[in-house]
Design a protein around this ligand. Structure first.
Ligand code: FES
Length: 329
């Protein structure tokens, strides 16, 4: 039986051969994590003393340099003996998740095969900007969706990408969806807004990854209307841009909010209200930010985009603790 000492945690933890993250969860430690499968980097920590056996990790989430400096993913490593470790992110007790009934109060089809759902839970639910919920309709399997609305709102807003032939897609496309019951389970996830950070915020939302990013920047700007925020709305082509008017209105409302549309596969054409960048979002990031030192970066969207942005951000000097990812397909 190995012993894990966690910096800033008063009690040593017993490990019986499971991963470091499993030990933290079993002992009720509020250690940061999200995917539990090596894809998000939320559980990153640094070994201060001792050794671990580490499974493979993608370079964008844990670079070779970080590995050499003692950084690990708690969900991908097991101690080889007694271990002293520190979490990179803050140890925060997140709002408790609960499962309850809710009802669809509105449903709106948008271009790019996106449906915007608003759900009213039976009881108000406390969550942090950017967290996600599991929704379960009728007899369908539950699906995770990040919340786009701000904490404190009565209704939860979700952006659902329709998938051809998908059961959930067929269900939310029904004409009589409004009024339907849905089980709401949450909140979950560590991709939330870090309120204690006062520097600039760079946020990247790819596809419906825009949803948690809207929640995060909305909460940050509501707290400080003069906050420096740069949002990249990443999409492939014009037809995928489903939330432009709202973003343009937000940019008019806040003097230090800049919003760019990064279109990776579109030919330059007539522009909408937001500035267009006809290149990958990583190229725009490198052009606009010679250094990301001191900034917080929130990325949500397809895993490949998240990983590519994470690599670029690291090259631009972003500190590992300031990278917060929410990869989903
Ligand atoms: Fe370990 Fe996501 S929780 S990488």
């Amino acid at each position: 039986m190995a012993r894990i000492e966690l910096k800033d945690w008063p009690i040593p933890l017993e490990n019986g051969g499971e991963t470091v993250l499993e030990t933290m969860i079993a002992h009720g430690v509020p250690f940061p994590y999200s995917c539990a499968s090596g894809d998000c980097g939320a559980c990153k920590g640094r070994v201060l003393c001792g050794e671990v056996a580490h499974d493979s990790a993608t370079a964008g989430i844990l670079s070779a340099t970080e590995r050499a400096d003692g950084y690990v993913l708690a969900c991908r490593c097991t101690p080889k003996g007694d271990l002293r470790i520190e979490a990179l992110d803050e140890l925060v007790a997140l709002p408790a998740a609960r499962r309850q009934r809710g009802w669809v109060v509105s449903r709106q089809h948008r271009q790019g095969d996106v449906v915007v759902l608003r759900v009213k839970p039976a009881k108000p639910v406390h969550y942090l900007a950017g967290q996600f919920f599991y929704l379960k309709f009728d007899n369908l399997p539950q699906r995770a969706y990040s919340v786009a609305s701000l904490p404190g709102a009565d209704e939860l807003e979700f952006h659902v990408r329709l998938v051809e032939g998908g059961k959930t897609s067929s269900y939310v496309s029904r004409d009589n969806l409004v009024g339907s019951e849905v089980t709401v389970d949450g909140p979950h996830g560590h991709g939330y807004w870090r309120q204690n950070h006062g520097g600039p915020i760079v946020a990247i939302g790819g596809g419906t990854g825009l949803a948690p990013v809207l929640s995060i920047i909305g909460a940050a700007l509501a707290a400080n209307a003069h906050r420096h925020v740069h949002l990249y709305y990443a999409a492939r082509v014009e037809a995928d841009v489903y939330w432009e008017a709202e973003l343009a209105a937000l940019a008019r409302q806040y003097p230090n909010l800049r919003v760019d549309c990064a279109l990776s596969r579109a030919e330059p054409s007539e522009q909408g209200p937001l500035p267009r960048r006809y290149q990958r979002v990583t190229a725009s990031l490198a052009q606009d930010w010679p250094s990301l030192a001191g900034a917080k970066l929130y990325i949500a969207g397809p895993p490949k985009m998240v990983e590519a942005v994470a690599v670029t951000a690291r090259e631009l000097g972003l500190a590992a603790r300031d990278l917060h990812t929410d990869p989903f397909s």
